[in-house]
Every structure is written in structure tokens, then in C-alpha cells.
Ligand binder design. Structure first.
Ligand code: HEC
Length: 129
């Protein structure tokens, strides 16, 4: 009986070890931050989650999120993206829950962490087209 428990514990430890090995595999951490981000990927996120309020008709806050040109133009209160400067980019601040910014989208669901990372990486890399 004792041996059975030792065997089971061994299997459990191997299992955990295996999961750690998988988590540290070649794909772990290779998220959007490292991969090259295309504006196209950013627009996809905006189209799904933001354009219903920030569309061409009557964009809220004067912020139209339908194309590279309108996103980089900004809104009533000026630019929403400053290349390489997250702290000056309301586009990023509003989706990441920064204080002083209304969370976007206003009434959930919040963007996936992955999508926030994509937008973060795009701005960090220079907010290019
Ligand atoms: C339900 C409607 C709605 C949706 C969806 C929405 N917004 Fe907004 N957004 C607003 C309104 C209204 C304002 C302006 C007034 C305000 O600040 O409350 C605004 C303001 C903003 C601002 C300016 C914030 C500031 O404090 O300067 C940014 C940036 C912004 N939105 C980005 C986004 C992004 C990015 C998305 C998608 C992830 C999004 N919004 C989705 C309604 C929306």
C-alpha cells in the first residue's frame, strides 16, 4: 500500500513537471509583444469592439476608429495615439483601466489581455501602418 502512494505521488510530480515543461515550451511568452504587430491586427480588434460607438457616423468623443488615418488623427481632445509612448496614448490607457480614463468599451466585456497586448505592442513599435 505504501508503495502505491509513492507511485501515485511520483506520477503526480511527473505530471506537474510535464506541465511546467509544456508551459515553458517554445511558444510561451512569444505573445504579441515580441511578434511584429501589423496595424491590420489592431484594426480587427477596434472593428469588433469599438466601431459601434466610434464609427464614421457620429463617433463618440469625435474619435473614429475605422482606419489608420482616423485612429492616428485622434478626437476632440487631441491625439489618442502617441508612437512609442503608452502614457500619452489614451487609446491604450482607456483599454487598460488606467486611472483618469473611462474604461473602453464602457460597459464590458473588456478586451482580452491578448488584444490589449497587441495594441500595446503596436504603439511601442511606433504605431506604424
Ligand atoms: C458603448 C459605446 C462605446 C464603445 C463600445 C467604445 N467607446 Fe470609446 N468612448 C465612448 C464615449 C461615449 C466616449 C467619450 C465620452 C467619455 O469619455 O465618456 C469615448 C471615449 C473614448 C476615448 C477617449 C478617452 C479619454 O479619456 O480621453 C478613447 C481613447 C476611446 N473611447 C477608445 C475606445 C476603444 C479603443 C474602444 C474599443 C475597445 C471603445 N472606445 C469602445 C463610447 C464607447
Amino acid at each position: 500500500m505504501k508503495n502505491l502512494w509513492i507511485a501515485l505521488a511520483g506520477v503526480a510530480i511527473l505530471g506537474v513537471g510535464f506541465q511546467v515543461a509544456v508551459a515553458k515550451g517554445p511558444h510561451a511568452g512569444a505573445g504579441a509583444t515580441k511578434a511584429k504587430v501589423k496595424y491590420e491586427d489592431v484594426q480587427k480588434i477596434l472593428t469588433v469592439s469599438c466601431v459601434r460607438c466610434h464609427g464614421a457616423g457620429r463617433p463618440r468623443g469625435g474619435i473614429e476608429l475605422t482606419s489608420y488615418e482616423t485612429v492616428t488623427k485622434g478626437g476632440e481632445n487631441g491625439p489618442i495615439v502617441v508612437a512609442k509612448d503608452l502614457k500619452k496614448s489614451p487609446l491604450y490607457l482607456a483599454i487598460s483601466g488606467a486611472t483618469g480614463y473611462r474604461q473602453m468599451p464602457p460597459r464590458g466585456p473588456q478586451l482580452d489581455a491578448k488584444d490589449v497586448k497587441t495594441i500595446e505592442a503596436w504603439i511601442k513599435a511606433g504605431a506604424k501602418k
